[in-house]
Structure formats: structure tokens, C-alpha cells
Design a protein around this ligand. Structure first.
Ligand code: APR
Length: 358
């Protein structure tokens, strides 16, 4: 189910199928077409010569030969003129037709380059948007475990992605407390504090705690070294009580929120871009410790307001931090009440961050 944006050389990807941005002859060329033919070896050209070409918007499949990928799906993108000559529909057709072929071939992992965004001149930001919309529509419609990668190969495409989110860039600048924000004096103060001799801890008074109040906590070694029994106070009893009645855990809160949202488990974890296996681990273990990205992916899928997101993060041992661009971007989307995981991932990708539900 996941759809992920990555930076990679597609010829090196160990997936079931990579997609080639070919031309109608299918006899090779420059760009990613040339890279794939070089990496696959001469048997690919020999095979393509038997295919009698391919129409724009259509796709044909061959073996991967010397590539780590099992199959190559050759599709022909439109040459971009002005966007008014059917280019968007033809480009979308490249993705949907290739995905149908991949499904028929039983592929579980498929990697696309940014079709038509090179020699064929498609504006990168539009090419990314059409690719993402078509891929997510296919994945939503087909209930299978396919993982689709959209490979962004060059820096310009990355920048095109970032240019789509200028408001996030300023949101980050307002909140991003990075190392450079420290002035020199602040650094010196911190460095000196680190060198200051550790103040010797005073051992607590020996007598047992009066009327059940709790003696000041000594380092555990002090208690361990004592010979007389440690006075068990009410506080110890209430500590035991707390341990016996812990707060709601992350997984308990997640399952409650899924019920409250009237969703099924499958609807929720698919919307969060999380795979089935991980969800069943969370469901079966009340103390399961998820990653921060996983908690946020579910919070987004459940469209939780910021205070509840903070609460659920806290139960998993995390907090949102303004020293972390990932957190700032996710917080931005929650504040905008935009819970579209794919849109958030596109923004995270544009700012070189890990993705939700990856
Ligand atoms: N891995 C992943 N992506 C790559 C790689 C690679 N090794 N090499 C290039 N790309 C990216 C480019 O950066 C671009 O974003 O693939 C995208 C598509 O660019 P092109 O390969 O130029 O394809 P396209 O724009 O569809 O033009 C197709 O170019 O190579 C010829 O024979 C091909 O005539 C056809 C035309």
C-alpha cells in the first residue's frame, strides 16, 4: 500500500519492476532510457526490437536482464508543449497503464522515474503532482500490498518539490531552532557549565521517614548499601498503586481513537500508509514502542487535533520539537488541518526529511 518518494538511481533498485521513460521506438535513447539499456545489457535491445514500438501513454513489459529489478516496464510519456494538448491525460496514462501491467505480472514493488520531466520537458512540479495523484488513486482503488516508489533523481526535481511549499519554508524558519541560533556566549556558558565540578550529593538523613512521608531520594546505591530495612512509606504504596494502574498506553489510545472515529483497523492503517504486519504488532502488545513517525502517521490518519497528537506522542515517549524540521512540517499540516499523508510526504521529501509511514 505505501507510496514513497525517494532519491535513487533507478537502475540500482532491487524491486520487482522499474519503469523506463522510453520513446515510441523502444530502441533506447538518452536519460533514464539510456541508463536502463546500459545497465540491462544488449539482450534488452534485442527483446525491444521484437515489440514493434509503443504508443505515447501506453506501456510494454520486458525482463530486467542484468538489472537487479526482475522486470522493466517501458512507457512513453508525452512531449510537453503547453499542457493544453492532452499532455496531463497522456502522462497519467503512463503511470496507470504501467501499474496495471505490474499488477498483472504480480509485482509487489514498483519504481517510477519522473516520466517526461527530462528531455520531454514536462514542468517538474506538475510531473510530480500528476505522478502522485495517479499512483495514489491506483493504490486506493486496488486492495493489494503493492509498494510504489517515485524516484526523484536530480536536485532540480527536488527543488521543484520544495518550491511547491514556500509557506512551509517560512513556517520552518519561524520555528526551526537549529545549532546556528546559539550566540557564541550561549555556547561558552554551556561549555563552562559542562566543565563545572559535579556538586557532591549529600547523603540523606539516616532516620526512617516520619509518619509515612517519603525520605529524600538518595542515589539507589545508598539504599542498596543500607543494612536496616528501608521504611516503606505511603508514597511507596502509591508508587505500587501507580504501577498496578498505569495510564492508557499508546496502543490502547490508538485502538480507542480508531473506534471513536468509526473506522476499521484496516481503513486506519492503510490511510496511515502503515503495513498490516506492523499494525498487528501494535494491536497485540499494549506496551508496544512505535517510532515517532508511526505515531504521527496514525495521528494524521485519525485527523487528530494538535493537543491529542501531543498526548498520543507522550504515551509513546515522544514530544513534538521545534528543533526538528520533520516535527515542524507535520505540526504545520495539522495546524492547517490538512491530513493528507501523501501531501505531507511530498512536503517532507521536498525538505529532505524521512517520510510518514515509510
Ligand atoms: N534514475 C532515476 N531517474 C533518472 C535517471 C536514473 N538513473 N536518469 C535520469 N533520470 C530522471 C531524470 O532526471 C528525469 O527527471 O528521469 C526523468 C525523466 O527524464 P528522461 O530520461 O529525459 O525521460 P523523458 O523526459 O521522459 O524523455 C524521454 O528521452 O532518453 C530519451 O529515449 C528517451 O526519447 C526518450 C526521451
Amino acid at each position: 500500500m505505501p507510496f514513497l518518494l525517494i532519491r535513487q538511481d533507478i537502475t540500482k533498485m532491487q524491486v520487482d519492476a522499474i519503469v523506463n521513460a522510453a520513446n515510441t521506438s523502444l530502441l533506447g535513447g538518452g536519460g533514464v532510457d539510456g541508463a536502463i539499456h546500459r545497465a540491462a545489457g544488449p539482450r534488452l535491445l534485442a527483446k525491444c526490437m521484437t515489440l514493434s514500438g509503443c504508443k505515447t501513454g501506453n506501456a510494454k513489459i520486458t525482463p530486467g536482464y542484468n538489472l537487479p529489478a526482475k522486470h522493466i516496464i517501458h512507457t512513453v510519456g508525452p512531449v510537453y508543449h503547453d499542457g493544453q494538448r492532452g499532455e496531463p491525460i497522456l502522462l497519467a496514462s503512463c503511470y496507470s497503464t504501467s501499474l496495471r501491467l505490474a499488477k498483472e505480472a504480480g509485482c509487489e514493488t514498483v519504481a517510477f522515474p519522473l516520466i517526461s520531466a527530462g528531455v520531454y520537458g514536462y514542468p517538474r512540479a506538475d510531473a510530480i503532482r500528476i505522478a502522485a495523484e495517479t499512483i495514489r488513486a491506483f493504490l486506493t482503488e486496488h486492495d493489494d500490498a503493492m509498494t510504489v516508489y517515485l524516484v526523484i533523481f536530480d536536485r532540480d526535481s527536488m527543488d521543484a518539490g520544495r518550491a511547491q511549499f514556500p509557506d512551509i519554508a517560512s513556517y520552518i524558519d519561524d520555528r526551526y531552532a537549529d545549532d546556528h541560533a546559539d550566540t557564541v556566549s550561549q555556547r561558552l556558558i554551556r561549555a563552562n557549565a559542562a566543565k563545572a565540578p559535579q556538586s557532591k550529593q549529600k547523603a540523606p538523613k539516616k532516620e526512617s521517614a516520619p509518619n509515612g512521608s517519603f525520605a529524600p531520594m538518595a542515589p539507589m546505591a545508598e539504599y542498596a548499601a543500607r543494612t536496616e530495612p528501608i521504611f516503606v512509606s505511603d508514597a511507596m504504596a502509591s508508587l505500587e498503586d501507580r504501577l498496578a494502574n498505569p495510564d492508557e498506553s499508546f496502543s490502547e489510545m490508538l485502538l480507542r481513537k480508531i473506534d471513536e472515529a468509526g473506522m476499521t483497523d484496516a481503513q486506519c492503517y492503510k490511510k496511515a500508509n502503515i503495513d498490516r504486519k506492523l499494525f498487528s504488532k501494535i494491536r497485540s502488545d499494549r506496551d508496544y514502542r512505535p517510532s515517532k513517525q508511526t505515531v504521527l502517521a496514525f495521528a494524521i490518519a485519525l485527523q487528530m487535533p494538535l493537543d491529542e497528537v501531543r498526548d498520543m506522542l507522550g504515551r509513546a515517549g515522544f514530544a513534538l520539537s521545534h528543533a526538528n524540521k520533520f516535527d515542524i512540517i507535520v505540526e504545520y499540516f495539522i495546524e492547517q488541518e490538512n491530513y493528507d499523508v501523501f501531501a505531507i510526504n511530498e512536503a517532507l521529501f521536498a525538505f529532505d526529511q524521512t517520510l510518514l509511514g515509510a
